[in-house]
Ligand binder design. Structure first.
Ligand SMILES: *Cc1c(COP(=O)(O)O)cnc(C)c1O
Length: 364
């Protein structure tokens, strides 16, 4: 039985479908291949991918091999999507990749050699993606390596490159010259792999302009409601809504301290509500003092966050134990909470914990 004092997490797959449509419209003719790594940014890769399949998605990205295996099982035989694994080939992973029908994203020459060796040993060709580093300096073949590889056909024997990709390091800031630099470095590599579709942009890159879209885009966070510029974007809907009930209300006098230590001292008399959710449910503690919650049609300052409880300022509104407070959702923007906590929307989503009772809306 659901605990009446538990925090509740609603994952709205209709909102996800809406965001997908927004991204597809901005992607021009490019295919949208959503990123559902880390269990769909913590929101549940299975239900998310099944709904996206219904919306027309036929390729998805995960980070780890095990995520790919779980996603293949969740999609089942009736939804034979291409699943790209960003980790590529790790030692001994080839049979598991093949068994689950996963496409590794090769990011180093040793991974290319391993793919070629596996294809030679089994006599079966291997479909792969190639990741080229155009300036993020994190992952990928160098531009020179990618060029040499394209020019030495025997190095790719048995390996078919079904996607050529790179990743932008500064797309959330459209004024950063690194975007154009990376785009320019990608162009000649793309020309060498003219038969392979190309992909450069994640959520933010889609909004940088037509030149950044190529044949495939790979949005993650914006599908889940995070603005491409790391601030709330009115075109996107909240996919995750976290609510929790008020446990109690109290009146503070000026000088009263709330919770542990002296991090929150009332500077005037105020009414507050104690709410049944805390950092164990995913409300990041560092957002206290800067974040807000939503109650009775207004923003309410988030004063304190402990493991199981948090405190908000009520103002002069009536409130009863059991009344619901929104802690993340349509009125408490993901990007605002991320800014308040000094992090990115991706991390806010991922922190949402299994303790909050989950419900999916619009499941396929
Ligand atoms: C995580 C990731 C994405 C998605 O990024 P968002 O900012 O969430 O849209 C796309 N491509 C690669 C290579 C990634 O690692």
């Amino acid at each position: 039985m659901a605990d009446p004092s538990a925090a509740r997490l609603i994952i709205d797959l209709d909102a996800l479908a809406h965001n997908f449509a927004v991204l597809r419209a901005h992607a021009g003719g490019a295919a949208v291949a959503p990123v559902v790594k880390a269990d769909g940014y913590g929101l549940g890769a299975g239900p998310i991918a099944r709904r996206l399949w219904r919306e027309g998605v036929r390729a998805l990205f995960v980070a780890r091999l095990a995520e790919g295996e779980a996603l293949r099982a969740a999609l089942g035989k009736d939804r034979p999507a291409t699943i790209f694994v960003l980790d590529g080939l790790t030692a001994g992973s080839e049979p598991r990749l093949e068994a689950a029908g996963l496409t590794p994203v090769l990011a180093a020459l040793r991974q290319v050699s391993a793919a070629r060796a596996y294809a030679a040993a089994t006599g079966r060709p291997m479909a792969v993606a190639l990741h080229v580093d155009t300036g993020m300096n994190r992952q990928g073949l160098t531009v020179d390596e990618a060029r040499d590889l394209a020019q030495a056909a025997e190095d790719l024997r048995g390996v078919s490159v079904v996607l050529l990709m790179s990743h932008l390091g500064s797309a959330a800031d459209p004024t950063d010259p690194r975007n154009a630099e990376q785009l320019a470095r990608f162009a000649p590599v793309r020309a060498l792999y003219a038969d392979s579709p190309a992909s450069l942009s994640a959520s933010a890159g889609i909004f940088l302009g037509e030149g950044y879209r190529h044949e495939v885009v790979r949005p993650g966070v914006s599908l889940y409601g995070g603005g491409p510029l790391e601030r709330p974007d009115a075109r996107l809907r909240a996919v995750a809504t976290l609510t929790a009930p008020i446990l109690d209300t109290r009146d503070l006098r000026a000088g009263d301290r709330v919770g542990y230590g002296s991090t929150m001292i009332a500077d005037r008399p105020m009414r507050v509500a104690v709410v049944g959710a805390g950092y164990a449910d995913g409300v990041i503690r560092a957002s206290r003092g800067r974040g807000y919650a939503w109650f009775a049609g207004q923003r309410r300052a988030l004063l304190s966050v402990t493991m199981d409880m948090l405190v908000i300022e009520l103002g002069d509104v009536e409130a009863q134990p059991g009344d619901d407070v929104e802690l993340l959702g349509p009125n408490v923007h993901l990007d605002d909470l991320a800014a308040a906590a000094g992090t990115v929307a991706h991390e806010v989503l991922f922190r949402l914990s299994p303790r909050a009772v989950r419900t999916y809306k619009g499941e396929s």
